[in-house]
Design a protein. Sequence first.
Lengths: 137, 90
Amino acid sequence: MINIIIGILSTIGAFAIFFASLGILRMPDFYLRLSVTVKAATLGVGLLLFCAAIIFPDISVSTKALAITFFLIITSPIAAHMIGRAAYFTGTPLWKGTIVDQLAGMYDKETHELKNDAEPPAEEPEEQIAKTEDETD
Amino acid sequence: MTLETYFDYFILPILTISVILVFIRLIKGPKVVDRVIALDLIITIGIGIITIFTIRSNQIVLLDVAIMLALIAFLGTVAFSFYIEKREDD
């Protein structure tokens, strides 16, 4: 019985990781790839660690598995936010099919701060949407 | 089919194929940021592989390596994004 539960959990975990890697290969631009990476891979690794915590009857293994899962859940959104912000500043283009780039013109290029007011900037901001598929793939 | 053969012949090959697919993106990636997240994902999948290997070899000490890798992956991504953002100012 416990073997069946472990088999099901590890299968879901392995497939979540597999879909994350498929997504990072096939998604059309950087920001979509980033959204795939963080969520699915964290779920998959968390499930695999949960399997290890069930299999070993030792309390230290459970603690370590819980610590790793907790740490991944805490840190991966921070890392994803920072790398996404750096990517937008360095001019990584959005996918060709993107309809609107709402961040266009909202960042202060000098101080790297996000403007808080709702009024749009005076001149028409330049959106970072790619012209062709090849730019982002 | 025991759980051991299931881990050996199903879970580990899936994880290996995932690492290979991410490695293609690491080589291909048109910008530096694509490569950074590909590296981050490779280390995260590596934590999963270490976990399965811990189960198969009954060496629970190996989980300490997974803790260290989780720390280093986070710090690496944060450092990369910090310096990529700095480089743009020059």
